[in-house]
Design a protein around this ligand. Sequence first.
Ligand code: SAH
Ligand code: SF4
Ligand code: F3S
Length: 468
Amino acid sequence: MAEAQDHNRETRLPEAEIERQRGIMDQIAANGVGKYWINTYGCQMNVRDSQTLAGMLEGMGYEKAAEQRQADLILFNTCCVRENAERRVFGNVGHLQALKKERPNLIVGVCGCMMQQDGSAERLLSSAPFVSLVFGTHNLYRFPELLQGALKGERLVAIEGDPQGVIAEGLPAQREGNSRAFVNIMFGCNNFCSYCIVPFVRGRERSRAMGDILREIEGLSAQGIKEVTLLGQNVNSYAPEGGGSFPKLLKSLEGLVPRLRFMTSHPKDLSDELIEAMASSKTVCPQLHLPVQAGSNAILQAMNRGYTREKYLGLVEKLRDAMPEIGLSTDFIAGFPGETESDFAQTLDLCAKSRFDSAFTFIYSRRSGTKAAKMEGQIPSEIQHERLSRLIALQEGITAEKLRAMEGKEYELLIEEPSRRSKQDFMGRTGSGIAVNLHGEGLRPGDFARAKMVASGANTLRGELISE
Ligand code: SAH
Ligand code: SF4
Ligand code: F3S
């Protein structure tokens, strides 16, 4: 059955196939190439996939263009988790029609989650006939071969693939910046939350071997990477062939880089062992993104989330007992089918009780093929929007209060990219994940700095460097 978990099957793509793709990369590089541009939509998984695409492109001799209109190859790495993400892709691909007329040799390709969805590739190709390359998440590793076809003038669609999915080790990656990096630990999702399209477009769960992850992070550490974020749709179900668990993985990565984060964690199987592993680690940051989605048990059940509000609130308490400084964030969906005013009041209540540092709030979006799309009681858009705005207002107040409470305290920050305003204005992050703006002569991204919080805003703090 498609939903069954089977962690013992062979999921690793044969090395010979990767070699074949490398051979094609060399052939393309030998023929002289041009500039590329990638538009990325959606979550960190897609950001990481785009880094693989960029890595392959650079391996083929392509250079990143200064702007989209100068590129010879433009890719859209798409998301379909909500309808508005899809609408934007259709709009932005459509805008390229004029450029393609001006420059007939331009190759426009569309890939990612949306292309893996039933019927989407056909819809896109009929609305944007100038697109010559389409591939889904299951065919990412075949990009060199597909691009070679497109360069010969073929129109290619590669969206087939076993939903069980494979793991392709050893693909190149071109990461932006040199202090922080995303590392996949698993792919796919088996949870089938009733509203969610991800299991349909990303396939079943499969975990990378601990040794492969370890080697990748050792390599990143040798390059000077200071912070690694481990990625998976539900890292708590990390279960590699040959044994291992997520807490064990965290322990084995201890000390490899100064800071380790991960996302996303599913409340239904957040174990005491994991809380313990986080609390006792010097490497794992005191930060957790723990999507709750809703605060009413009836809605949580209809969403197939596998936990109750009581269980969730219990987890929040345990996490704060173990790590008083933990930064907690969440996701909420407002206006799920059948959500009554009293269900929604329970969501507001859970939000108030949990006192999240921040929350991503979404309006329920009907995704065809999911169980919730067929449910009765779909909520009218005005009610959805009105509920969303009440939730946002509540969370904004809590976020501001929590930031204000940090004023006067000192934190160690990892300095991220310089601000746009000036070369000496930086943003750094606390271990708990809060963004702090500060002025610092001679600072560089990747530095650690201690700072005292002097003011707070809606989402960020202002800090002053403490000289050692
Ligand atoms: N695997 C992660 C998140 C994946 S999608 C997890 O389970 O936490 C990121 C967020 O998008 C989800 O947490 C959910 O809040 C939101 N989302 C997913 N499907 C949605 C839909 N159909 N409508 C609105 N929001 C949705
Ligand atoms: Fe979607 Fe649920 Fe899987 Fe997250 S856990 S990706 S919300 S099905
Ligand atoms: Fe979107 Fe795919 Fe991520 S649907 S949220 S990009 S897994």
